[in-house]
Design a protein around this ligand. Structure first.
Ligand code: TYD
Length: 197
């Protein structure tokens, strides 16, 4: 039987290095002639574009609208990116998934656990590997500030501490924790040690 494509997800707070790690992993797969594509959430579709406007402070949404838009965007992500890629035998490396919604949109009114539950009810595909790039909030903020001078909606110490705490509440026990303060080479080595090839 043909080998099934694998579904890899990266999670972490802003500044944890998910995006560069996703791209580096894709390059390693390419060198090994293993087909893979990096997809991101929020997506590049219309729903994702609205979310980017919201994230940069150019669109106001109620908390309910915000949560709904992240879920609507995920439906597009699953339907138009994740499933077609996996079905064509190509590995998916996904930069953020529903664990982000639970961690970022979770609060006192709507718990991270209940948001995870909402997502699970949608029957979105379950990742084969879930990597959490773990980093202290202060280190992450320093990284963000050295890369650019504007901060997004969630990029304050208080908010990121809360988000990091929320991740701890909802990440399943199959999550693979990676120390994101290590060198990029070491991070990739750690990740690859978990993926059989
Ligand atoms: P991020 O991966 O940081 O993208 P970029 O590097 O392009 O800014 O994601 C953008 C922001 O979206 C990030 O602050 C987390 C937030 N986010 C949520 O609040 N909920 C979600 O469900 C997702 C997927 C992202």
């Amino acid at each position: 039987m043909e080998k099934m494509a694998i579904f890899i997800v990266f999670e972490g707070i802003d500044g944890s290095g998910k995006s560069s790690t996703s791209i580096s992993l894709q390059k390693i797969f390419e060198e090994k002639k293993i087909p893979s594509i990096v997809h991101q959430e929020p997506t590049r579709f219309q729903t994702g574009q609205r979310l980017r406007q919201f994230l940069s402070g150019n669109l106001n949404l109620t908390p309910q609208e915000e949560l709904q838009l992240f879920i609507d965007d995920r439906k597009e992500s699953v339907k138009l990116n994740i499933i077609p890629t996996l079905e064509s035998g190509i590995n998916v490396i996904l930069d953020r998934y529903y664990f982000s919604t639970a961690a970022y949109q979770g609060n006192e009114t709507r718990s991270p656990e209940s948001i995870l539950e909402l997502n699970l009810k949608e029957n979105f595909p379950v990742p084969d590997y879930l990597f959490y790039l773990d980093i202290d909030v202060e280190v992450a903020l320093k990284r963000i500030q050295s890369n650019r001078n504007t901060l997004d909606r969630f990029e304050t110490k208080e908010k990121l501490e809360k988000i990091r705490g929320n991740y701890r509440k909802i990440l399943p026990n199959t999550t693979i924790y990676i120390d994101a303060t290590q060198s990029q080479d070491k991070i990739l080595k750690d990740i690859l040690s978990h993926i059989p090839n």
